[in-house]
Design a protein around this ligand. Structure first.
Ligand code: TXA
Ligand code: MG
Length: 326
């Protein structure tokens, strides 16, 4: 079987480890450009929060509706007070325990954050990414960065610089390559504007870890994201996806699908959830690259990182979760 050929789009990629990359990235952001930034979760499409033109470009490049709010990235916990007000003590406790890391706090917006960033809301989503280059870039820019995942709206999030290049090509001024994102799924979002706090999106930090730090349970832990702007169809590859509960079901389904599809693949990394998460978006993209027509993905248990993986698989399949095992 021949390997499908791919054309390499033209992109401006610079390695994070190159001495000149940091100042170049800062200069582009200061001049109202867009920089694709490495983070531990997925690559982000970054712009300085106070540059209205740059923020507008994020929405245009992504093809994202203007009322879908962006996450604000800061470099130090002290900066939290500049982007948010009336911050609950438990939010600060979580921030100290989890940052830098894949946790996003939803808080009351301070006036320093333009409404264009928050999609017209009085709340702001904030996190400190676990990537030294990106934090240093924020410090040298002297401004927080707004960054959604660096993919076109509704498509699979990027976990490598090459993914960003494949999606956005020259629509982004610079892509900073710092290797593959090691968490692989987006941050966990916890809403502290309501009491008690609620889970808006399962993500890279398991909700059980957050509950342990807080000492109480968090609502909204049924595993389906409810953050505004999160759609049923999201993170979607081009191939048809099927969700099953275990390897047996996967094999059986494969046997029934062979009459319909020539190229079928089973995705099952349930024995290693961190790896399932790290490689999930690469696996979805690879299925398309390999012209897979039917991808059968095995659903992990709803605990730990399994919650985020289930959420993303469900949205990638554009259907509900698999029916309960009979
Ligand atoms: O790991 C991540 O969170 C990555 C990296 C780049 O930091 N970012 C990311 O951004 O996933 P994005 O835009 O793809 O997803 C952000 C989610 C959206 O569902 C958005 O609706 C929600 O966060 N969000 C942001 N601000 C919000 C707000 N003020 N109120 C409610 N939801 C908000
Ligand atoms: Mg996204």
């Amino acid at each position: 079987m021949s390997t499908p050929s791919r054309t390499t789009p033209s992109c401006n990629i610079a390695r994070a480890s190159d001495a000149s990359t940091l100042s170049l990235a800062v200069q582009i952001l200061a001049n109202g450009g867009l920089v694709a930034i490495p983070t531990e979760t997925v690559y982000g499409l970054g712009a300085a929060i106070n540059n209205e033109v740059a923020i507008a470009k994020i929405f245009a490049v992504k093809g994202r509706p203007q009322n879908h709010p962006l996450i604000v990235h800061i470099a130090n916990i002290d900066e939290l007070q500049t982007v948010a007000v009336d911050i609950h003590n438990d939010a600060i406790k979580l921030a100290h325990a989890c940052w830098p890391g894949p946790l996003t706090l939803l808080l009351q917006r301070s006036e320093n954050v333009p409404m264009s960033v928050t999609g017209g809301r009085d709340t702001v989503a904030v996190r400190i990414p676990d990537n030294a280059f990106t934090r240093q870039m924020i410090i040298e820019l002297g401004s927080p960065i707004a960054a959604p995942s660096a993919n076109r709206f509704g498509k699979v999030s990027p976990t490598t610089a090459q993914h960003v290049c494949d999606d956005l090509q020259s629509d982004v001024d610079l892509i900073v390559d710092d290797g593959a994102s090691f968490v692989g799924v987006e941050s966990t979002i916890v809403d502290f504007t309501v009491s008690p706090p609620q889970l808006l999106r399962p993500g890279g930090i398991p909700i059980e870890d957050i509950e342990k730090i807080l000492g109480y349970s968090i609502q909204g832990t049924d595993g389906i994201s409810r953050a505004s702007g999160m759609l049923q169809n999201h993170y979607q590859p081009a191939c048809k996806m099927f969700l099953v509960h275990n390897d047996n079901e996967a094999q059986q389904l494969q046997d029934t699908l062979v009459s319909q599809y020539d190229r079928i693949r089973i995705l099952d990394r349930c024995d290693n959830l961190p790896l399932y998460a790290t490689l999930l978006y690469s696996d979805l993209r690879q299925a398309d690259t390999d012209l897979i027509q039917a991808l059968i993905a095995v659903f992990p248990e709803n605990k730990g990182l399994g919650a985020a993986i289930r959420d993303r698989l469900t949205k990638a399949a554009g259907s509900g979760p698999p029916l309960p095992a009979s």
